[in-house]
Design a protein around this ligand. Structure first.
Ligand SMILES: Cc1cc2nc3c(=O)[nH]c(=O)nc-3n(C[C@H](O)[C@H](O)[C@H](O)COP(=O)(O)OP(=O)(O)OC[C@H]3O[C@@H](n4cnc5c(N)ncnc54)[C@H](O)[C@@H]3O)c2cc1C
Length: 407
């Protein structure tokens, strides 16, 4: 039987472990942190991710803690003018599943809580891998080693496994930064904020708000053009007044939510080109290790979830040939994930248009494309939520990559 060792117990590693375990494949996770934990933030799980979670039997548990939004909206960040609006019901009928917005810690609890005990080893920091022998080897900081038929690097954006296979990556600063906070709904002064999954577009910026933990919390992520800050960490705090100053003149309902945020964090957005290989010998990578992307499509975790599902299907289909199965996995996944990386990059540009005329042209084009009915999101990216990584044809080379619908 194939034995798989996963380095990293984040969203991608845990989903992969779940998918492998459900297919009867022996799996172990090695996580560097002393406990499984997540940053205090939300994550949007689009229909493509929810289809995988359904296939793993986890959908109901995830939905139980999700925000209760009825609508996915795009608005003008200054005037509040509606640019587009889709109900969850319409999303479900179009894409096979509605999306959900959840707190990352709640998602991690569902993923970890449904695995058998003993699968996760904590405090295990991988320092390198050897992919080319009869078995793959992962080496750890304490001098220990683990052998397995397959090793999977699910160790995030600064992946040691990826660096060990292919050398260091070359992140490029985008000139954009992000702020984030999680705001208790009750703390917002005045009228109760709407519980929509809303994206607000304005000159040089995008603001994303959505509910998590039913109606208790609002997850806030704000992007802005700024080439003066270069720190990539997701956990560096900043002052609330910086955020309020930055978005001065944006819609008052946004500023009221911001004023209720006690803790704010700030990070610089770096971009990485899609890489030409994910696999060497018996070692492959998934999630941010394989395809770190800008956050404009909310697809980083969704793609990691797809990866785990397809990897498990590939290994289950070829139990006697794990190396061949890794080839199938990579051929199925890399084209699609690479296209999502590029689409997220493009979206960052079109969301931040500073010229009012260019922004108006974008908004009119979204409305027209939706009205003509050929493009449900009006922005040429419906191929992303439409895909089902748990479907039988997901192992086909290039599955789920861009179709003619894009434009
Ligand atoms: C604020 C914020 C909001 C986001 N919103 C969304 C969203 O709405 N939708 C979406 O789809 N995506 C979103 N993303 C992106 C998404 O969170 C990431 O793409 C996703 O977490 C990637 O999962 P992963 O498992 O590959 O990596 P991670 O979640 O980073 O997990 C990597 C794990 O590996 C461990 N590790 C690292 N190095 C080692 C080592 N050497 N040895 C052992 N273990 C190691 C880490 O401790 C960690 O547990 C957001 C990200 C942020 C920061």
């Amino acid at each position: 039987m194939t034995r798989v060792a996963i380095v990293g117990g984040g969203i991608g590693g845990l989903t992969a472990a779940h998918a492998l375990w459900r297919r009867g494949i022996e799996v172990a996770i090695y996580e560097s942190a002393p406990e499984l934990r997540e940053i205090g933030a939300g994550v949007a799980l689009h229909p493509n991710a929810m289809k995988v979670l359904r296939s793993l039997g986890l959908e109901d548990d995830v939905r139980a803690t999700a925000g209760r939004s009825e609508w996915a909206l795009t608005r003008n960040g200054k005037t509040g003018r509606m640019i587009s609006r889709t109900s969850r019901r319409e999303q479900a009928s179009r894409f096979g599943r509605a999306g959900a917005t959840v707190h990352r810690a709640d998602l991690l609890d569902v993923l970890a809580g449904s695995l058998p005990s003993g699968i996760v080893t904590l405090g295990a920091r991988c320092v390198g891998v050897e992919p080319d022998g009869e078995l793959a080897v992962a080496r750890f900081q304490d001098g220990s080693e683990v052998e397995a038929d397959v090793i999977v690097g699910a160790d995030g954006i600064h992946s040691t496994v990826k660096a060990s296979l292919f050398g260091p990556d070359a992140p490029r600063f985008t000139g954009k930064i992000c702020y984030r906070s999680v705001v208790p709904v009750e703390a917002v002064a005045g009228e109760r904020p709407a519980n929509d999954n809303a994206q607000w577009l304005g000159p040089h910026g995008t603001i994303v708000l959505y509910p998590v933990r039913r109606d208790e919390l609002i997850n806030v992520v704000c992007h802005y053009d700024d080439d003066g800050y270069r720190h990539e960490s997701w956990v560096t705090e900043c002052e609330r007044r910086e955020v309020l100053e930055r978005y001065r003149g944006w819609h008052e309902s946004l500023l009221r939510v911001f004023s209720a945020g006690e803790l704010w964090y700030k990070w610089a957005l770096y971009d990485r080109d899609p890489i030409p290989r994910w696999t060497r010998g018996r070692v492959t990578i998934l999630g941010d290790a394989a395809h770190a992307m800008l956050p404009y499509l909310g697809q980083g975790a969704c793609q990691a979830i797809e990866d785990g599902c397809v990897l498990a299907a590939a290994l289950a289909a070829q139990p006697d040939d794990p190396v061949g199965a890794l080839g199938v996995y990579e051929r199925a996944r890399r084209p699609r994930a690479s296209q999502v990386v590029l689409a997220a990059r493009e979206r960052g540009v079109s969301n931040h248009l500073a010229s009012p005329w260019a922004a108006l042209r974008r908004d009119v084009s979204i409305a027209l494309r939706r009205r003509l009915g050929r493009d449900p999101d009006g922005r040429g990216t419906a191929w992303i939520p439409a895909y089902d990584a748990s479907a039988p044809d997901a192992l086909t080379a290039g599955a789920g990559a861009v179709t003619a619908e894009r434009g």
